[in-house]
Design a protein around this ligand. Structure first.
Ligand code: ZN
Length: 457
């Protein structure tokens, strides 16, 4: 196939390690068709810098960016549940235009930080009064169109949300925009799927808010209707209180129930498996599912710390997400993830005891999150190799935090030492979406975002 675009990358992280003078050929649809290291001088664009595969952000609630930093005051004793009340207040004021403005802003921020794809866990389905839009897929359509306009890859995940809690069969009035029947939710999933067929940067999966929000028999029924390979996500065990409620109502912990009753496999992403116990961690690691870790949100909401070391030692797969978008960027998520484990274990470099090769911690985290994120989003991304989307991040070769580094030490420098963002150019599906740190629409997008925050805050 004829290449529509040829890139010459000075140095690049490929599946078998760092290579130099890499020729990447990309077809008109944005797929990589060939990757040739040590290429002889060739015609093509040479953007300079160090190339890494763009990071998938496997869990986002884009609209929550509007309240980031605005829920940091109040009376003592504030926790996840009181934060949620603030979130409901914002959620129930937003029009579709507001949703579009906030989503555009946070997606631009994601691209500038090195995320090239997002998993949008979307539950703002209906009008502010809870009645459906004329077209039930209108809210999903707004998100998908915004992702296309900004140029980020997306796996759209319409969320099934049915009740307020294990022993609350009805939703609360604050949850009115989120609520669907099984049938109305399936309509949104199918409608979104039809839209996604138009773009190779788009995929549609399914999401279940949590066991507390979806009755178990309906969850089982819903899962049976999904396409065999569709990505499926769920908030698993974010809060101690919900694990306790689950045990009280169902006699079993939520992750254990999902493993035993649903048959969790590699199509699944369990977001916030924070309070999985040792047995659940072991079985989850063996299931092939991805655990979606959102360390900055989990810290901000005082959720707790996931047993990441035990999970990794058992061969578990993970990816990262920006979740509430209190912080937007793979660097802060990976830093928080790693530092949480260091604080708990008292050790800086850890890992499987059978590994004798010195580890670059930052680079190992980056590779792990690429693979897990790509799996969770169900798209051919996360690698600079033939058959994958051309989602590539170029780091500034002159950035002081990357000085005198090569190979994996570059990623360590980026994750642990770069207080300023070294992301210079970003390509998604073969198109440059960030050039010299800027997005072509950022001025107008920021202007609209400021107006929405000023009105809603
Ligand atoms: Zn979430």
């Amino acid at each position: 196939m004829l290449a529509a675009k040829r890139l010459i990358l000075k140095s690049a992280l490929l599946p078998d390690g760092w290579r130099e003078s890499v020729l990447v050929e990309i077809d008109a649809s944005g797929d990589i068709v060939s990757v040739t290291p040590d290429a002889k001088l060739s015609d093509g664009e040479s953007p300079g810098g160090h190339a890494v595969p763009g990071m998938p952000n496997l869990h986002s609630h884009a609209f929550q960016r509007v309240m980031a930093g605005l829920a940091e005051s109040g009376s003592s004793g504030s926790d996840f549940w009181s934060w949620r009340e603030v979130m409901y207040r914002f959620a129930n004021q937003m029009s579709l235009e507001d949703l579009e403005s906030v989503t555009a802003q946070v997606y631009v921020e994601m691209l500038r930080s090195g995320y090239t794809a997002v998993g949008e866990f979307h539950y703002l389905h209906h009008q502010p009064d809870g009645s459906p839009y004329d077209d039930s897929v209108q809210s999903s359509l707004t998100v998908l169109r915004t992702a296309a306009r900004v140029g980020i890859g997306i796996t759209h995940l319409p969320v099934l949300y049915m009740r307020a809690g294990f022993d609350h069969p009805s939703p609360r009035s604050e949850q009115r925009r989120f609520i669907n029947t099984l049938e109305s939710w399936q309509e949104i999933v199918k409608g979104s799927g039809r839209l996604s067929e138009q773009s190779p940067n788009t995929e549609v999966g399914a999401a279940f808010h949590s066991l507390r929000a979806v009755p178990q028999e309906l969850l089982r029924e819903a899962v049976e209707t999904l396409d065999a390979s569709a990505p499926r996500h769920i908030h698993a065990a974010e809060q101690v209180g919900e694990v306790e409620d689950c045990v009280k109502a169902m006699g079993v912990r939520p992750v254990a129930w999902l493993l035993n009753e649903i048959g969790i496999d590699r199509n699944w992403c369990l977001v916030h498996a924070t309070h999985a116990d040792a047995q659940e961690i072991k079985e989850l690691a063996g299931s092939g599912a991805v655990v979606g870790l959102c360390p900055t949100t989990e810290a901000n909401l005082a959720d707790g710390v996931f047993s990441f070391d035990a999970f990794s030692m058992a061969g578990g797969r993970f990816g990262i997400g920006s979740d509430s978008n209190i912080s937007v960027g793979p660097v802060s998520e990976l830093q928080y993830l790693e530092y949480g484990q260091r604080v708990i274990t008292g050790q800086r470099i850890r890992g499987r005891p059978d590994t004798t090769v010195p580890r670059h911690v930052g680079a190992a985290l980056w590779r792990g999150a690429l693979a897990g994120g790509a799996q969770a989003l169900g798209r051919s991304i996360g690698s600079i190799s033939a058959g994958c989307r051309a989602d590539i991040v170029l780091l500034d070769g002159d950035h002081p935090s990357l000085a005198a580094r090569t190979g994996d030490a570059l990623i360590d420098g980026w994750i642990f030492a770069a207080s300023e963002n070294p992301v210079r150019h970003v390509m998604v599906g073969g198109d440059w979406v960030i050039r010299d740190g800027c997005h072509r629409l950022e001025t107008e997008i920021e202007e609209r975002y400021r107006e929405v925050v000023a009105r809603l805050a």
